[in-house]
Each structure stands twice: as C-alpha cells, then as structure tokens.
Design a protein around this ligand. Structure first.
Ligand code: ADP
Ligand code: MG
Length: 354
C-alpha cells in the first residue's frame, strides 16, 4: 500500500498557478511514439496514423465519488487513471495518453497535490500511458479531478456494447464484489475511529478488499490476451456499476436477453467471508456492488475452447433472444429477473425492472 506524507505544508499561493503546474508535471516525460507534443504548449499533438482513436472522460468529485477521510490522495490519483484506462480497455483498445484537470481549494497544501500526482505518475508509468496535458484551477470547496484518456486500436479490433448475439457466452474477468466490500470495511472503520480516535484498526484480513477499493487495477492485460487467444468478443463493457447493471447495458445495446448463473459468479474467498461477517448475500454484492473494473464480454460459442480453463476468464452465462428477458438462475434453480438495483433496495429481492 501507499504511504501518506502529510507533515509538510506549503500554501498553494506560494507557487501560483503556473508554478504549480510546472512543479506537478515536471517529471512527466512522454515515452510513446504516438505522443508528438505533450505538456507545455496550448494543446498536445498526437499521431495515431491509421489507427482508430478512442476517447473517454470521467469526473471525480470530492464527497460524491471519494472521501478523503479514508482515500489517500496518492490512491485517488491512481484510481482516477484506472477508471479511465478501464473504459479504453473495454473497447478492446490500448490506452495511450491522458489529460488530467484539477480544481483545488486552498485547504490543500502543495504536498497534498504532490501525493495526488505521485499516484497519477505511478499509474501512468505502470500502464505505459503518457500524461499530455490538463488544466488547473481553484475551487471554493472540495477537490475535483477530471481525467480524459485516449487510446488506439485497429478498426477491426474495436469491440462495442452492441454486438452480442443469442447463444453467445457471457464471460467475466477476475472476481467480483471485493471493491464494494472494501468500502464497507473502510466505512465501518471510519465510524469506529469517530467514536474512538485512539482505536488501532487491524485490517490485515481485509487487505485484498481494501486494495481493490483503494488501488483498483484496470485490465490492461485482457485486450492482448484475447488477441493471443485469437478471440474477438462480440460485445464488451467494463464493470463499474455492478454486474447486473452492466449485463443489462450489454443486453439493451445488443437487443438480446441473458441468463446469468449464480453458481458461476467468481468470488474471492475474502469476499465470501466478509459477506458472512456483514450478513450480506455475496451474490447481491457481486450483482450490485460496483467499482470492480473487471471486463464483461460475450463470445461466440465456437470460441469456447480457446478460453476454457483460462484463470483470468470465467463463463457466467449466455445470451438469449431479446424476448426471453434477462435472468439470474439461482443455485436453487430459481429464475429471477435481473435488475439494476441500488444498494439500498438490495434486500428487496423482487425489486422493479430496470
Ligand atoms: P492554457 O492557458 O492554455 O489553459 P495552462 O497554463 O493551463 O494553459 O497549461 C499549460 C500546460 O500545462 C498545457 O500543456 C496544459 O495541458 C498543461 N497542464 C495544465 N494543468 C495541468 C495539470 N493539472 N496536469 C497536467 N498538465 C497540465
Ligand atoms: Mg489552462
């Protein structure tokens, strides 16, 4: 995990806007041949030649998307890059450049922004992404961070949400629900800390869950893996809001239905045990938890042998005709309508149709 360094305090006004930009970005050296001009001019210049260009953007707002009480700034910077890179990978593309825009209030010292940028820099380095620009402005209250990611892909490799066909297999990468349960653990610790600031939390047994919440990793490895396996998904999406809601997105875009098998949903043992502790149903968490940044895709049945047994990939269901609807087949072989439900209504099993 990252360390926090909150001892030093340099007021933002000591550097001024340009001094601050320079200070935060001086170590960003572009590495990719597609980056012609990065930070330092009125705009960046990129050269993707005959490739298709992928663009995606996300805005993270303090108090809405993150809580600095338990989200160290370095993690926030890292996560802001991951959230965007994940959307590029979900197009079966390679993430290449990002721009980073921030709005900050005076309550943040320069050192806090250094932490934020250390996370951004680490993510960019590990994911082979160039930081090519951004904008910096002040905010009267909290912190806002907006990242735009660019990526490239050959035209024939791009995968949309809309190409799934009936009988295609539904596949998910990694495991689900850990990020959400990590947040539950952190929220609980925050309450304990409020009641007793001297309490020393022992979070060792939750380290996987907390890491999945605070330091998620986007699936950079999946587009090249699929290429290596000679599989082009028929549709793909990243899991930011929970499995249910992403399956519904794929089905609606592709005009198909789906059957998801509860017993196939990949769960880490740490998720199963923390769900028992919190007395929450682990399937519900996988379906509605969100922030896993795994990829969900469909493949033609003829490609099944190519992915069979791959430790990164799990077949969790199949697509059906649109008229058959979207269902969860439970372990007890019950067929329940798949719904995109908010966390608060999770114990309402019937729920409303999304
Ligand atoms: P402009 O006046 O054209 O908005 P700026 O002075 O804001 O230019 O930015 C100067 C350069 O620094 C540009 O290349 C811009 O993309 C980059 N930049 C500004 N803010 C950031 C930031 N927060 N992170 C990364 N690059 C930034
Ligand atoms: Mg500017």
């Amino acid at each position: 995990m990252f360390k926090d360094s909150q001892d030093m305090k340099t007021n933002l006004s000591e550097l001024g806007e340009f001094g601050l930009i320079d200070h935060l970005t001086k170590s960003f050296e572009p590495k990719l041949s597609t980056t012609v001009k990065a930070i330092g001019d009125d705009a960046a210049v990129l050269n993707f030649e005959d490739k298709q260009t992928i663009v995606t953007t996300d805005l993270l707002v303090e108090g809405v998307h993150f809580d600095l009480a338990y989200m160290p700034l370095k993690h926030l910077g890292y996560k802001a890059v991951m959230v965007n890179a994940s959307d590029v990978y979900a197009m079966n593309a390679k993430a290449t450049q990002i721009t980073v825009s921030i709005a900050v209030s005076n309550r943040f010292p320069v050192e806090a922004l250094e932490e934020l940028y250390a996370g951004i820099e680490l993510a960019a380095k590990l994911y082979n992404i160039d930081v090519v620009g951004g904008d910096t402005t002040s905010s009267t209250s909290g912190l806002l961070i907006s990242v735009t990611a660019l990526g490239i892909a050959e035209k024939e490799d791009v995968v949309y949400r809309s190409g799934a066909k009936p009988n295609d297999l539904l596949v998910v990468t990694g495991d689900l629900g850990a990020a959400y349960m990590g947040l539950q653990v952190l929220e609980r610790e925050k309450q304990v800390f409020k009641a007793n600031p001297n309490a020393q939390p022992d979070l060792d047994q939750y380290s996987y869950l907390i890491e999945r919440q605070l330091k998620p990793e986007a699936r950079k490895d999946i587009p090249p893996l699929l290429k290596e396996l000679d599989v082009k998904p028929t549709s793909m999406i990243d899991i930011s809001d929970g499995l249910s809601s992403e399956i519904i997105h794929l089905c609606k875009s592709s005009k198909v239905g789906a059957n998801l098998f509860e017993e196939k949903i990949p769960l880490d043992p740490a998720v199963i045990s923390v769900c028992e502790e919190f007395e929450i149903d682990s399937t519900t968490i996988a379906l509605s938890g969100g922030e896993d940044y795994e990829l969900l895709f469909t493949i033609s049945q003829k490609d099944y042998d190519k992915i069979k047994g791959n430790p990164h990939l799990t077949v969790i269901g199949h697509m059906t005709e649109e008229g058959e609807g979207m269902h969860l087949i439970t372990r007890a072989n019950q067929k329940l309508p798949l719904i995109a439900r908010g966390w608060n209504s999770m114990d309402d099993i019937e729920g409303e149709e999304a």
